[in-house]
Design a protein around this ligand. Structure first.
Ligand code: PLP
Length: 384
């Protein structure tokens, strides 16, 4: 069979697999338990925590989109991150970026403090810090590129080459770009993690996660742990998420087109100090992003001139953006990372990660781009 395009995989995943009534769309299997065929004769499923047909269709579709061998669908993105941590023993070292998602940072730090593993937090865009980290032979390096909220870019090929040389597994949080704009497994990573809550589901109505592995063996090990610690995703959430996946490709294109329209307004406005987006030639990661990504993505952040007074005024003036955490839904969101998504980091960690009080983040939705641009312009104008 010829290699399928991502849009075809997203739309066709699980279509016409129903052998009973020939339903075109895969049915939802809500049963928590499955009857044995006879004494000691198990069917393909026995209990929904261990395996569920609706969850499997989603897992297989996401694995195919990421070009991986195995997908494990979890109850949340955080559960997917925690699942990867199950590979670590107390003497193993985990290396993570200093500017990863605040919830990931909180999980890593607290597990390490309880002795689950050793932890090193570094700036992964700094070659000297990478040299020192790899010299300690980590078991796993965790990468988030583009990073949240400053959209810093980490060179995935370089990290994967270094990792191979020191027998380190590479796990990439690909939540910000989705497989439409970045495919870490094809660049040498071993695992891709998503908060499917974001672009993958895309409608801000399901919380979920996934780990996709490059090899069957690693996938089976993680699937065993997911069942053992009981973090697999529900059938209903899987069904809804697969429904969202159907439109992933056209949504991502529109998200990105709208973000470019907003970047133009922000870059030209005197009330804005700096705009962070990898599409900008001034962005330090622009060239790497161009080489390793299939698109620049639709998350963007910027610093307003002034203090929290200006930030408060700007956010209140916006009409088409909801002040909310999360990202990747069809609707546009505005967020103040220091008091919202990254509040779990203490002030020192925030400053180290470059999160200032006048930093604002947009998750750009798929509304009309002219209306979004006009809205941002009038909110910026209101500051003068
Ligand atoms: N990874 C990234 C990049 C995120 O932004 C988030 C949540 O915002 C997560 C992981 C955690 O996912 P969840 O909220 O689904 O647990």
């Amino acid at each position: 069979m010829s290699k399928k395009n991502l849009a075809t995989i997203a739309v066709r995943g699980g279509i016409e697999i129903d052998g009973q009534y020939n339903a075109v769309v895969p049915p939802i299997y809500l049963s928590s338990t499955y009857a044995f065929k006879g004494f000691n004769e198990k069917g393909p499923y026995d209990y929904s925590r261990c395996g569920n047909p609706s969850r499997d269709v989603l897992a297989n579709t996401l694995a195919e989109l990421e070009q991986g061998e195995h997908g494990i669908v979890t109850a949340t993105g955080t559960a997917a991150i925690h699942l990867v941590c199950q590979l670590l023993r107390p003497d193993d070292l985990l290396v993570v970026p200093h500017d990863c998602y605040g919830g990931s940072y909180r999980l890593f730090v607290n597990l390490a403090q309880r002795g689950a593993f050793k932890l090193q937090v570094i700036n992964q865009t700094n070659p000297q810090e990478l040299d020192a980290a790899f010299a300690a032979k980590p078991k796993i390096i965790w990468v988030e590129t583009p990073s949240n909220p400053l959209l810093r870019i980490t060179d995935l090929k370089d990290i994967c080459q270094r990792a191979k040389a020191s027998d380190t597994l590479v796990a990439v949080d690909n939540t910000f770009l989705s497989p439409v704009f970045q495919q870490p497994l094809t660049l040498g990573a071993d695992m891709v993690v998503h908060s499917t809550t974001k672009y993958i589901n895309g409608h801000s109505d399901v919380v979920g996660g996934v780990v996709v592995t490059k090899t069957k063996e690693l996938g089976e090990e993680l699937a065993w742990w997911a069942n053992c610690i009981g973090i697999t995703g529900s059938a209903f959430d899987s069904y809804l998420t697969l429904r969202g996946v159907r439109t992933l490709v056209p949504r991502m294109k529109q998200h990105q087109e709208n973000s470019l329209a907003l970047i133009k307004v922000l870059s030209e406005h005197p009330a804005v100090e700096v705009v962070y987006h990898p599409s900008l030639p001034s962005h330090p990661g622009h060239e790497i992003a161009k080489a390793q990504q299939l698109g620049f993505g639709a998350m963007l952040s910027f610093e307003l001139k002034g203090t929290t007074k200006e930030v408060t005024q700007f956010i209140a003036a916006l009409e088409h953006f909801s002040l909310a955490e999360s990202l990747g839904g069809t609707e546009s969101l505005v967020c103040h990372p220091a008091t919202m998504t990254h509040a779990a980091m203490d002030e020192a960690a925030q400053l180290k990660a470059g999160i200032t009080q006048n930093l604002v983040r947009f998750s750009v939705g798929i509304e009309d781009s002219d209306e979004l641009a006009a809205d941002v312009k009038q909110a910026l104008d209101s500051l003068s």
